[in-house]
Ligand binder design. Sequence first.
Ligand SMILES: Nc1ncnc2c1ncn2[C@@H]1O[C@H](COP(=O)(O)OP(=O)(O)OP(=O)(O)O)[C@@H](O)[C@H]1O
Ligand SMILES: [Mg+2]
Length: 277
Amino acid sequence: MEAVLEQPITGDAPVHLEGLGKEYGHFTALKALDLTVAQGTSLGFLGPNGAGKSTTIKIMTNLIRPSRGRASLFGIDVRREPTRALARIGAVIETPEFYGYLSPLETLAYAGRLRGMSSKDLHSRSETVLKEVKLTDWADHRIQEFSKGMKQRLAIAQSLLNEPDLLILDEPTSGLDPRGMAEVRDVIKSLKDQGRTIFMSSHLLGEVQEVCDDVARAGTLPGRRHIGDPGHVPSPRDGAGPRGPGGFARSRGGQGQRRLHRRPPDLRRRRGTGARP
Ligand SMILES: Nc1ncnc2c1ncn2[C@@H]1O[C@H](COP(=O)(O)OP(=O)(O)OP(=O)(O)O)[C@@H](O)[C@H]1O
Ligand SMILES: [Mg+2]
């Protein structure tokens, strides 16, 4: 990439992971991940299947314990003070499920009440978040009528209910058709353009180039370079060419890097909205 940004490691960064590791039994899913995401950054956490992306995100959101290391959000240790650490985040992890007989408004009301939101707040926030994910016209429809992409956008809406300062998305376009992917990416890009901090995992380099400012890699592919190598300029070929979805992976004994890379401007792409009402 064109520029290497050595992000200052501040104590209250939205995401700060230190030597994070996880074993499932004897299997090492995550070795030692060091990563910091600065305020206002949208970071693509890139890695193939099984690289440990969901594991990392589950540790960050206190769904599972790390075997070693530490995760903090806004300077608050996730294990020690989970409620306070998670108060400022919204997350969509793996594939969310909804009750098909409920509408988006009913679903958001249910989620909001669980979070202790007042009816008044819920009403105004529901309108806002449904607008943000372009589902306003579907607010009263049953979710069973929805495409996967629409459900994914609803999941993002739900994660925005509490006006999070950090949005964590685990492969938000996984399993969607090209149109659904485009719609979800457009939503994420508009959230990014509002200056939100986003941590998004993906196995698609092209997607990360399109949506994110910076990139860090998860996992290892022996014998290949990883995207964090100085001087490596990702190109669309990295994601689709004969080298496969890599050109980005080689372990140097650890996983992931603090060194973040600004996406080159010439890789920015524009398209029509393609979004449904
Ligand atoms: N609960 C578990 N028990 C045992 N092994 C697990 C468990 N969860 C994940 N793993 C293994 O840990 C590794 C990392 O899994 P993880 O789900 O974090 O990868 P990922 O990068 O999210 O992959 P994908 O792109 O397929 O979602 C995989 O090899 C997976 O099989
Ligand atoms: Mg996963």
